[in-house]
Design a binder for this molecule. Structure first.
Ligand code: GLU
Length: 512
């Protein structure tokens, strides 16, 4: 059963898709699926000057990786083909002409220099933000100010022109935004935006409204940065006599400190990605990192994004995609900006990692381990991932945080050694090594028993013994349960490491 809900994600291929864009796509997708509607991907590539090669492909790949699949798209096609605005070019002119005829738009012939002169003149008159509007247009070269003959002459001569929207001078405009409630603007704050350019292409505003109408879009869910454009869009719907879709402007994603919009520079500065996939700028060759390559699971990434602006109203934080679809609603999207928190993103990834079956983790970790020369059978690796799972955030961490399972440590946490490896106690450890050599079978329980007996016989506490074993075996204090770890690497390796460790500790403790 499908409904008439139709939403779209309408990116412009001007560069890599920022996570804010992915979140817009995700919310549209969740809203469509929740309401049994249709989710459309439309590429808004009418601005040739800002077109970036490979950006469209990047957008498609990013959405694919996230599992945000469009029902209609340039790739997939659909009832309202084509879904790339550059291929719809011929359709827009007639709508600009319709507005000319109804008196809601006009021709403007001003050159770039003339426009600059106008702004300069107005600045001199202390107009803070000079605009081409109901007042200034009277003094410019357009079909409202020039005589009909003059306009005809210019058009017949093939003079370059643009078509501008004719905004009312001082009118209150209001529309209800699903997230922000009533939004009120005065047309006096707006300028007569260009709808159609001299290169024969529509601007974003015209193409966007025309396509939303033709594609029967019911809800326009997009970022807050488009809120200032909404009044013009509302006016265009009115000029055309079309039914206006419902608007929902999503809150911004902010820098971690909450001061301003999250940018690529913040990511570079603070060491986290702001793009879903790696991206290499085709012009400058500059590389940017992606969440995928950083080691994120797509579902964890989506889960993190979903919470940047929305919350379910309960304490539940981990949501599968199906659960997000089930739970998502625009009512629970907030108005205020959402601070980006990379640590929280890592937390989400860790939750997803912990949910995987051991065999899946083995499968995922194997390539990383193999790359580092590890050759172990599946039974070993299964134990390994189970012991490490609480301590890793990304699959790569299985190697970086757990390499001591495969090789003896080459350095030791010295501070603890200096504290613990003291005369009166340190001489006793050879006895422990001897006891461990005799421990059979060499499993976690029997190792624990051996260690406890050793402690008891020598009147030592856990704090005297465990740090020494731990650091000798793994090099560090924080790690997986030590008895299990020792059992997995085996008696010979454990004993070797302890022997080697005790020798090294003499040197370390002696440094004081
Ligand atoms: N093409 C616009 C963008 O790049 C679309 C804005 C909208 O959704 O209306 O985000």
């Amino acid at each position: 059963m499908s409904s008439n809900v139709r939403v779209r994600f309408a990116p412009s291929p001007t560069g890599p898709l920022h996570i804010g864009g992915v979140r817009t796509a995700l919310y549209n997708y969740l809203f469509a699926k929740k309401n049994k509607g249709t989710f459309i991907l439309r590429i808004e590539d009418t601005d040739q000057t800002r077109y970036v090669e490979k950006a469209e492909e990047y957008i498609a790949q990013s959405l694919k990786w996230c599992g945000i699949e469009a029902d209609e798209s340039p790739e997939k096609g659909g009832e309202f083909n084509p879904y790339r605005q550059s291929e719809r070019k011929d359709q827009y002119r007639q709508y600009a002409e319709q507005l000319l005829e109804s008196g809601h738009a006009y021709y403007a012939f001003d050159t770039a220099e003339e426009l600059e002169e106008m702004r300069e003149r107005m600045r001199k008159q202390n107009v803070p933000s000079p605009q081409y509007n109901a007042v200034s247009r009277q003094y410019m070269k357009n079909s409202l100010a020039l005589s009909a003959d003059e306009v005809k002459k210019r058009l017949d001569n093939g003079e370059p022109y643009v078509i501008r929207a004719k905004l009312p001078r001082n009118e209150e405009l209001r529309f209800e935004d699903e997230i922000r409630g009533w939004v009120v603007f005065n047309t006096g704050q707006l300028d007569d935006k260009v709808l159609f350019k001299s290169d024969g292409m529509p601007t974003y505003h015209l193409a966007n409204v025309v396509d939303d109408h033709l594609m029967k879009i019911t809800h326009v869910i997009r970022g807050e940065e488009w809120l200032p454009s909404a009044p013009l869009h509302v006016l265009l719907y009115r000029f055309f006599g079309w039914e206006q879709p419902i608007f929902a402007h999503l809150p911004l994603i902010l820098k971690p400190d909450g001061h301003g919009k999250l940018s690529k520079r913040d990511g570079d500065r603070l060491g986290f990605p702001v793009f879903p996939l790696n991206w290499k700028d085709p012009e400058t060759g500059e590389q940017s990192n992606g969440f995928k390559e950083r080691g994120f699971f797509p579902d964890a990434f989506n889960n993190m994004l979903a919470f940047l602006g929305w919350n379910p109203g309960t304490n539940q934080e981990v949501f599968s995609k199906e659960e997000l679809i089930e739970t998502f609603s625009l009512e629970r999207v907030g108005k205020s900006g959402a601070k980006f928190d990379f640590e929280k993103g890592k937390w989400f990834n860790q939750q997803y990692l912990k949910m995987q079956k051991p065999e899946t983790l083995v499968e995922l970790a194997s390539p990383v381990l193999e790359k580092n020369g590890v050759k172990k059978d599946d039974a070993f690796l299964r134990q390994f991932v189970m012991q490490m799972v609480e301590r890793v955030v990304f699959i790569n961490d299985f190697w970086s945080e757990g390499k001591f399972y495969f090789q003896a440590p080459d350095a030791y946490e010295e501070k603890m050694i200096r504290k613990k490896f003291k005369p009166g106690k340190k001489e006793k450890f050879p006895e422990l090594i001897k006891a461990l050599k005799e421990t059979d079978p060499f499993n976690a329980e029997s190792i624990e028993q051996t260690v406890k007996t050793f402690m008891h016989d020598n009147e030592l506490g856990f704090g005297d013994v465990l740090p020494i074993i731990r650091i000798a075996v793994s090099g560090i204090m924080q790690g997986p349960p030590i008895f299990e770890m020792a059992a997995l690497i085996g008696k010979e390796e454990t004993v070797n490491r302890l022997e080697k460790g005790l020798e090294a500790f003499e040197g370390i403790a002696g440094k004081d």
